[in-house]
Design a protein around this ligand. Structure first.
Ligand SMILES: [Zn+2]
Length: 81
């Protein structure tokens, strides 16, 4: 279960209950090393994308969030740059 418990919860100050529903956990496959990793998607601002380092190989992934009609969030990752 090494994929879990890796969240930098300390880097999300103030997020306890109020924003909880916007933060969803997703399992994605790293475009570089193909490891399946869990990322925490923040959909509070709707669709968007950002760069996040792979937890395994530390290379930057472009994470794309798409908020669907039923408020679920689709997450895609790709090589950044
Ligand atoms: Zn990786």
């Amino acid at each position: 279960m090494r994929l879990f418990g890796f969240y930098r919860t300390g880097s999300w100050p103030g997020i306890k209950n109020t924003m909880h529903r916007y933060l969803t956990e997703h399992s994605v496959s790293c475009p570089y090393c193909a490891e399946v990793i869990s990322i925490l998607a923040d959909s509070s601002a709707g669709d968007g994308h950002y760069i996040e380092d792979c937890q395994v190989c530390c290379r930057p992934m472009q994470v794309t969030l798409t908020v669907l009609e039923d408020d679920t969030v689709a997450v895609e990752v790709d090589c950044a740059g």
